[in-house]
Design a binder for this molecule. Structure first.
Ligand SMILES: Nc1ncnc2c1ncn2[C@@H]1O[C@H](COP(=O)(O)OP(=O)(O)OP(=O)(O)O)[C@@H](O)[C@H]1O
Ligand SMILES: O=P(O)(O)OC[C@H]1O[C@H](OP(=O)(O)OP(=O)(O)O)[C@H](O)[C@@H]1O
Ligand SMILES: O=C(O)c1cccnc1
Length: 488
């Protein structure tokens, strides 16, 4: 049994099979063959019409520090990897090129979100961590986008840390939630390290510890400004709200009474009553905060019931992506250097036509109308194709080809930007405010049909004719090859 080792690098944050494949490649002299891998998912999470890409910043940090530490090597030695292979790992320097969609960009199924190109063994090593990061952060950013879409301009506060899948998920989930739609977080560490607004009220424990709403609010108000009182510990309408009002009246401007939070009961009914109580007491500007297992469905329902809620605190269901706990992005080999030194595109077949991978190193182009910037769809090409040179684009569904359109007067923007070139970081990471604003701008450019929460239209992700023909050719080649194989 190996001894414990210090946790001083993320390089072994990978699956054992990656190291095993690296060993095979290295021992048989294949490790430095040039390879291209692409990250994509096959279906959108939550049956949403779009996903919000997040995770690049952490991927960059991970790749920047990708070296096997002494303790990594020592641990692999414990696992009996041979010394010459360990010597190769010890000296390994990340030398891949990486292109990626920007954080906050809207992304769709079956298009490359990231592309890793370089020595086969290195590309293989980084698969697990890249998927781990991108799958989680993109999932949470998308969930936040869904929730924010029903809330509109009212603030969405992220309250989930206590229910998150441990500390990393709380921190990076908070960041992703902020990119996707949250306006502030209760997690002080996340707020501190990322520059996200921190926000919060107080817990039931405060009221319980005083055993009395009035005493508790008074105590809190004597030590804080901008007070929001949690009014549902004993009885919201009879005790909680009257106590909040009394303290607000007594303390006046000294506490800058912001409002009350309700965290239980029928929130449509109660919020209307609370609104009446606050208005009657002369506090029409006091806000009503709500929390308690909220998500986009309960919030939409509360809005339909004309609940008088101004600020929404959402925890568990956002930070854990409760209704879909994982995004299924995959990392697939699309091209590999063959024995003659030329790049050979690869394909993975499936009985399901939608699941057949698209071969070759690609670029994704977002096609939009010049007139109003609204999106027409995404268009996948070989990396050396440039739709900006075309006067019109024939866009057709890659499986149901009878669904097609010809687009003129369009703009085409490439979505994959260079992040690393031969191991060197060439991308200036934007700050979080810029990323969040970018996500909002992209959502504004998307048609409402793709944005609705329930049964959105399928956004077109089409292939250029050249790419489609190549894919069909490879499918036929593989089929012919398979047909020749003798069955036993
Ligand atoms: N008017 C409403 N319409 C739709 N959903 C609501 C409404 N009011 C509350 N909810 C939601 O109903 C769910 C359950 O509320 P429930 O009444 O069981 O909790 P509770 O009264 O707060 O109980 P507990 O004190 O155990 O938390 C919560 O997710 C809450 O957000
Ligand atoms: O419901 P969520 O969307 O997950 O939002 C977070 C929840 O965390 C708190 O409850 P908790 O019972 O943990 O603490 P409390 O005593 O302060 O209510 C808060 O009151 C919310 O109900
Ligand atoms: O500040 C709050 O009201 C808060 C923080 C975390 C969880 N629930 C509520």
């Amino acid at each position: 049994m190996p001894l414990n080792h210090p946790d001083d690098s993320y390089t072994l944050h990978t699956d054992l099979y990656q190291i095993n494949m690296m060993q095979t490649y290295w021992q048989l002299g294949r490790h430095d063959r040039k390879a291209v891998f692409e990250v994509f998912f096959r279906s959108l999470p939550f049956e949403n019409g779009y996903a919000i890409f997040a995770g690049l910043e952490r991927v960059v940090d991970y790749l920047k520090h990708l070296r096997f530490s002494e303790s990594d090597i020592a641990y692999l030695r414990d696992l009996d990897y041979p010394e010459d292979f360990l010597a190769y790992l010890k000296d390994l320097k990340f030398s891949c090129s990486v292109r990626s969609v920007k954080e906050g960009e809207l992304v769709f199924a079956n298009e490359p979100l990231m592309q890793i190109e370089g020595p086969l063994a290195q590309c293989q090593l980084v698969e697990t961590a890249i998927l781990n990061i991108v799958n989680f952060q993109t999932l949470i950013a998308t969930k936040a986008g869904r929730i924010k879409s029903v809330i509109g301009d009212e603030p969405l506060l992220e309250f989930g840390t206590r229910r998150a899948q441990e500390m990393d998920a709380a921190i990076w989930g908070t960041r992703a939630a902020y990119i996707g739609g949250a306006d502030a977080t209760s997690n002080v560490r996340a707020a501190k390290i990322f520059g996200i607004p921190a926000s919060g009220t107080h817990a039931h424990a405060l009221v319980q510890s005083y055993g009395d709403d009035y005493e508790a609010f008074k105590a809190y108000a004597s030590t804080h400004r901008d007070c929001v009182f949690l009014v549902d510990t004993f009885d919201t309408l009879r005790v909680g709200v009257p106590a909040a009002i009394q303290v607000a009246k007594e303390m006046g401007d000294k506490i800058n009474f912001q409002g009350v939070r309700i965290d239980s009961g029928d929130m449509a009914y109660i919020s209307k009553k609370v609104r009446q109580q606050l208005d009657d007491a002369g506090f029409p500007d006091a806000k009503i905060y709500a929390s308690n297992d909220l998500d986009e469905n309960t919030i939409l329902s509360l809005k339909m019931q004309k609940a008088k809620i101004d600020v929404w605190g959402v925890g568990t269901k956002l930070i854990t992506a409760y209704d879909q706990p994982a995004l299924g992005a995959v990392y697939k080999l699309v091209s590999i250097e063959s024995n003659d030194g030329l790049m050979q595109d690869t394909i993975k077949l499936s009985n399901n036509a939608e699941k057949v991978s698209t071969p070759g190193k690609k670029q994704v182009w977002r096609i939009s109308r010049k007139t109003d910037g609204k999106t027409e769809g995404d268009y996948l090409t070989f990396d050396d194709e440039d739709p900006r040179q075309e006067a019109s684009l024939y866009m057709f569904h890659p499986v149901h080809t009878f669904i097609n359109k010809t687009v003129v007067d369009f703009e085409a923007k490439p979505l994959l930007s260079p992040i690393f070139e031969a191991g060197k970081l060439v991308y200036d990471l934007p700050n979080i405010t810029t990323i969040k604003a970018f996500a909002k701008e992209k959502l504004d450019e998307l048609w409402d049909e793709y944005k609705r929460d329930l049964n959105p239209q399928a956004y077109p992700v089409d292939l250029s004719q050249k790419l489609w023909d190549h894919k069909m050719q490879l499918i036929n080649d593989v089929r012919k090859k398979v047909a020749k194989v003798k069955t036993y």
